[in-house]
Design a protein around this ligand. Structure first.
Ligand SMILES: Cc1cc2nc3c(=O)[nH]c(=O)nc-3n(C[C@H](O)[C@H](O)[C@H](O)COP(=O)(O)O)c2cc1C
Ligand code: SF4
Length: 349
């Protein structure tokens, strides 16, 4: 049996295989109020039908004024419940574990969204930025907890907190952005107080069975910091770690000569050695052979296949049947889906 297609019990859910569709925003699709539309439903249904064991629905913002762009989905009000419910109802028929990634851009909030970008500490080189007061931190914490409550109402098995790619939770965790001298800064414990309060609040409100994942900037600022953060969050009560990178907040580590994957996957495999919770690794894994090797050698519990599952929604089924996969062709200068999700030359939708 190929280890990629073995089951994994997470809390009360039996996950049918080790392949994860990671969160990928479908830029251009949600309207300016953050409502998803029928394209989203079809997009996720195709990948659920195609056999993904876990689907993490794209970065969905907990505040209207914290989005990356105005076509990003939102979950800041009860009005978002109906649209998102169509995704869970449709996908759950095919059996994947469904998580919703909840997000706030923080200092990365686009000027098109808000005149002000908030974070743990203002950036002295950017006068749009503003240091969050304690009251504002509490308000944002509560926005994440309310978003998780809505996600449960919508039918998600759990949420993934977006703590990677230099966004708000990543900014709090890293001393590069967090220069605070109060209880939300300083030591590791202080820098993770914001995340810890969100995690405890979600757990208290939604109970033991609700899955709480965290997407980590594993190299923010170094892999050693990523390992420490992962260990701390593991003790805080998260159920799943998704090891990605810290965007501009860190340097990706060099990999040993005989390591056949990139520094982001390497970081995830190192983090896996130091925690007792399941770890998802990601980034340019691409093929079933490369994915399977990571699981077979216990280097990860799950592998996420991003762009290659965008170009081929049947990635898992084809892998099971040894059929050729329609791979991503790596558009230059960058993935065209960052401009608009309809622009992929390999697969529409
Ligand atoms: C168009 C696009 C949108 C993305 N949106 C998100 C997102 O919403 N949240 C997130 O954590 N990562 C996002 N990512 C990163 C992916 O989840 C993934 O980590 C990345 O594509 C690397 O994996 P891959 O090489 O298998 O594609 C996005 C990537 C792309 C190309
Ligand atoms: S083929 Fe191009 S647009 Fe499509 S997923 Fe790959 S990089 Fe993105």
């Amino acid at each position: 049996m190929n280890p990629l297609f073995t089951t994994f019990k997470l809390k009360s859910v039996e996950i049918k295989n080790r392949v994860v569709m990671p969160p990928v925003v479908s830029f251009g699709w949600a309207d300016e109020n953050g409502y998803v539309d029928d394209r989203h439903v079809k997009h996720y249904e195709e990948r659920a039908e195609g056999g993904a064991g876990m689907i993490i629905v794209e970065a969905t913002c907990v505040k209207k004024d914290g989005r990356i762009v105005n076509s990003q989905p939102g979950i800041w009000s009860d009005d978002h419940i109906q649209g998102l419910s169509k995704i869970t109802t449709t996908c759950r028929k095919h059996g994947p574990l469904m998580l919703l990634q909840i997000h706030h851009s923080g200092l990365g909030t686009s000027p098109a969204i808000s005149d002000k970008a908030v974070g743990p500490s203002a950036d002295p080189n950017n006068n749009r930025t503003h240091t969050l007061s304690i009251e504002e931190i509490h308000d944002l914490r509560d926005a994440f907890i309310k978003a998780a409550k809505r996600a449960k109402q919508v039918g998600f098995h759990g949420v993934e907190l977006h703590g990677a790619h230099g966004f708000l939770l990543n900014q709090f965790a890293t001393p590069i952005f967090n220069k605070r001298e109060d209880e939300y800064g300083g030591s590791l414990k202080g820098r993770l107080k914001f995340a810890s309060e969100i995690i405890h609040g979600i757990r208290e409100a939604l109970g033991e069975d609700f899955i709480i994942g965290y997407r980590l900037g594993s190299n923010s600022p170094t892999l050693e910091d990523g390992i420490e953060i992962a260990q701390y969050l593991g003790k805080t009560g998260i159920d799943l770690l998704h090891a990605s990178h810290g965007g501009g907040t860190g340097i990706i580590p060099a990999v040993p000569e005989n390591f056949a994957y990139n520094g982001i996957v390497y970081s995830g495999t190192q983090i896996k050695k130091h925690v007792n919770i399941p770890v998802i690794v990601v980034n340019e894994i691409k093929s079933p052979e490369r994915a399977s090797y990571l699981i077979a050698h216990q280097m990860a519990d799950f592998v996420a296949i991003g762009k290659d599952m965008l170009t081929d929604p049947q990635w898992v089924k084809k892998a099971m049947n040894n059929e050729p996969i329609d791979y991503c062709i790596h558009c230059l200068p960058k993935c065209k889906r960052y401009e608009n999700a309809d622009l992929c030359p390999v697969h529409k939708g």
